[in-house]
Design a protein around this ligand. Structure first.
Ligand SMILES: *[C@@H]1O[C@H](CO)[C@@H](O)[C@H](O)[C@H]1NC(C)=O
Length: 328
């Protein structure tokens, strides 16, 4: 039986994407009406998902190589080896944003939202995503010096930075295309035109406001931390549970623009293209206290999700791809 080379490539890309985890793929400034505007920015040491992509972006803490894979240690760095320095790669520049700008960080759910049956004992919201910010980043920055320490008022931990945002990993909309019920429901509810960036999937996002006092003419550092623990007593492999954290380290160039209008909610344009728009509830909450920003709605796990299925059988290979399948 002959397979078309295109199908084989697509299938290979799918295998790749389901083994990969999540990181911040792209950042954009959000206009006051909720639309993404301007040139997107990228993480330190970013590698775009072009054909032939090899994952050097996933950063797991604690690492799989550790004898005890269940606990984070004080020696664990917050940034991946390839993201220790404030350096960009060719073709993946920093985001340029004004002080106080609303920005969106987008990441792929990789089945962690739409195929929750694959990881027993995980939180219903798929864990929290945190963004910490600082003007004084350090090389070899330790996760435990920052995560759970820095606070919105800047008085936490060593006081070098702040907590800018805390959201559910599941933003309530995002999906990858598969034949399971969460994805099927969201494909109808949050329909969008497939584009070159995301393909037919809809990426997840975390919207936040940069500090209004961020100094211009220099980079401002963001640490994105996805905290996705396994509960004790559910997964027989981890009877005492397990910590599982993924991070992305990002610098944003703070620039002073002529029009320094801050993104605010009353002007949000409803019914706009989901490919390029902020999440209304998150956009509404910008400027409020971090603890009041989280959306309360969490997808309940549907019956179908309890079936044991292997990801690579259920993933479809028949999606419409426009241009190169960089969204995979
Ligand atoms: C929102 O504003 C931006 C910038 O002013 C504009 O480019 C965009 O088209 C607007 N979006 C909508 C949905 O009107």
């Amino acid at each position: 039986m002959a397979f078309s080379p295109t199908l084989i490539v697509l299938f290979a890309l799918h295998i790749l994407s389901i083994n990969a985890h999540s990181w911040v793929e792209q950042l954009t400034v959000i206009a006051p009406n909720g639309t993404f505007i301007g040139t997107p920015g990228y993480a330190r040491g970013n590698v775009l998902r072009t054909p032939g992509f090899v994952d050097t972006m996933t950063y797991l803490i604690p690492p799989n190589s550790r004898q005890d894979v269940t606990s984070v240690l004080p020696v664990d760095n917050i940034c991946r080896e390839t993201q220790q320095d404030q350096a960009q790669t060719e073709g993946s520049p920093r985001l340029q944003a004004n002080p106080g700008a609303a920005i969106a960080l987008r990441y792929q759910e990789n089945g962690h939202v739409t195929l929750p049956q694959n990881q027993p004992g995980k939180p219903p919201n798929r864990g929290f995503v945190y963004v910490y910010g600082t003007t004084q980043p350090k090389t070899d920055e330790k996760l435990l010096d920052i995560h759970g320490k820095w606070t919105q008022d800047g008085k936490g931990g060593d006081k070098r930075g702040v907590l800018l945002s805390k959201q559910n990993f599941d933003d309530g909309r995002c999906y990858q295309v598969n034949d399971q019920s969460i994805s099927q429901t969201r494909q109808k509810e949050y329909a969008h035109n497939a584009n070159q960036l995301m393909g037919a999937d809809l990426w997840c996002q975390q919207d936040l406001r940069l500090p209004t006092n961020a100094p211009t003419g220099k980079p401002y550092t963001l640490y994105w931390v996805w905290d996705w623990p396994t509960k004790a007593g559910v997964d027989p492999t981890y009877p005492k549970g397990k910590q599982e954290i993924y991070t992305t380290c990002i610098d944003v160039d703070i620039v002073q623009a002529a029009n320094n209008k801050l993104g605010v909610s009353p002007e949000y344009e409803s019914n706009q293209d989901l490919n390029n728009a902020a999440i209304p509830s998150q956009f509404d909450a910008l400027g409020k206290t971090v603890s009041s920003q989280q959306s309360s709605s969490v997808t309940s796990m549907p019956t179908a999700a309890r079936e044991t299925v292997t990801e690579w059988i259920t993933v479809k290979t028949t999606q419409t791809i426009i241009g190169s399948p960089t969204g995979y």
